[in-house]
Design a protein around this ligand. Structure first.
Ligand SMILES: [Zn+2]
Length: 113
């Protein structure tokens, strides 16, 4: 259910960014894989969550960002996952810096005036 609170938060931010006489078309959001947010749930909650807001009638577009880690041993970027035991597939190290995957933000609101 935590996707619902993300959706409401995105809508609140988008309402603030929307010029007063604009008609919203699409709300684009960026969500990192690390957040655990499932895009299908965002899409599921969106139509009900926008009712009664300025975003009512608009569509949601979700850009899912895969987790990317940078290995501190060999310097290569990789996708940590179950398939490689969350360690570097190039050298086997688990020492890594997270580069991407924690994003959770409104990318833009597309609208017409
Ligand atoms: Zn490595």
């Amino acid at each position: 259910m935590h996707e619902l609170s993300y959706v409401i938060n995105f809508i609140n931010i988008a309402e603030q960014e929307l010029p007063s006489d604009a008609v919203p078309q699409t709300l684009e959001v960026t969500v990192g894989e690390m957040t655990g947010v499932m895009p299908e749930f965002l899409h599921k909650y969106y139509p009900d969550a926008v009712k009664g807001t300025r975003l009512e009638g608009s569509d949601l577009k979700v850009n899912l960002v895969p987790v990317t880690a940078n290995c501190l041993s060999c310097g290569k970027d990789y996708h940590p996952g179950k398939e490689n035991g969350y360690s570097c597939p190039h050298c086997g190290s688990k020492e890594a810096k997270l580069l991407r995957g924690r994003e959770c933000e409104v990318t833009r609101v597309n609208y017409v005036i």
